[in-house]
Design a protein. Structure first.
Length: 262
């Protein structure tokens, strides 16, 4: 049983959201540890039953990730539109946009620098063996269409500027191209901000309702997080080998150090 926000002392009770979130994080940690235990046991003992069970679990982890991905794009669109259109004053929006772009550029440069620094510090300790490297390459070759599609999505020069404006916003959303979608939603939000207040409020209220509904969906999906993490980790350890766990731990530590510095 997973404790959800507001589960104790009635809905919205004081401190319930924090308690529920903490207990959810504990369940996620339990799922992670259990997945590692199952994957390592199966990989070290080479038990056919455990190996088959871990591989059988893998699709459930993928299903969990798909459920999260399903909500991301509509949530980004509705929340961004609500924030932009809710400002009302277009001149105020322009000033805020300039500050946001400046902040985004500065933080991006800082993040890249920290990423290179942390990567250089942790890379010598990864020690990925030839067998592990071959397993990773084999996994990527198994979905070569995805790799090719990802490579095609890296534009350069003038093409990057052109592709910021989507010819079909719906297609951009379907293909998961967030940057063009964000540009469209921002332009649409600026146009809505220029409307009379009564018409603008109608749109922002609709976006607010949609954002709240999508947030509820994410909350429901996160209730499955312990099981999803358990399935993902167990399947990954069995697929790539027990020695890869050290590399995974180093990666997590590198991320934590990078976030702490950032």
């Amino acid at each position: 049983m997973i404790i959800v926000p507001g589960a104790r002392g009635g809905p919205g009770g004081p401190g319930n959201n924090t308690v529920g979130a903490m207990r959810s994080h504990i369940w996620m940690a339990i799922g992670l540890v259990a997945g590692l235990a199952l994957g390592l046991t199966a990989a070290l003992t080479q038990s056919p039953a455990l190996l088959a069970f871990a591989r059988w679990l893998r699709p459930f982890g993928t299903l969990f990730l798909n459920l999260l991905s399903m909500v991301v794009i509509p949530l980004v669109a509705t929340a961004l539109f609500q924030g932009v259109a809710g400002l009302g004053d277009v001149r105020r929006l322009g000033r805020l946009g300039a500050r946001t772009l400046g902040f985004f550029g500065a933080t991006t440069i800082a993040a890249i620098a920290i990423g290179f620094l942390v990567g250089a510090l942790f890379l010598p300790f990864t020690g990925v063996s030839p067998d592990q490297r071959e397993a990773l390459l084999a996994g990527s070759r198994g979905d070569s269409s995805f790799v090719q599609h990802a490579a095609e999505q890296i534009p350069g020069g003038a093409r990057f500027i052109v592709e910021l404006i989507p010819a079909n916003p719906v297609q951009a959303a379907v293909e998961g191209n967030l940057l063009p979608l964000i540009v469209f939603v921002t332009i649409f939000g600026i146009a809505a901000a220029a409307l009379p207040d009564d018409k603008r409020h109608a749109l922002t209220e609709l976006a607010d309702v949609a954002t709240r509904a999508l947030t509820h969906v994410i909350h429901w999906v996160l209730l499955l997080a312990p099981l999803g993490i358990f399935a993902l980790v167990a399947g990954a350890v069995v697929q790539y080998g027990s020695s890869l766990v050290t590399t995974m731990v180093l990666f997590v530590l590198a991320v934590i150090v990078g976030l702490a510095l950032f």
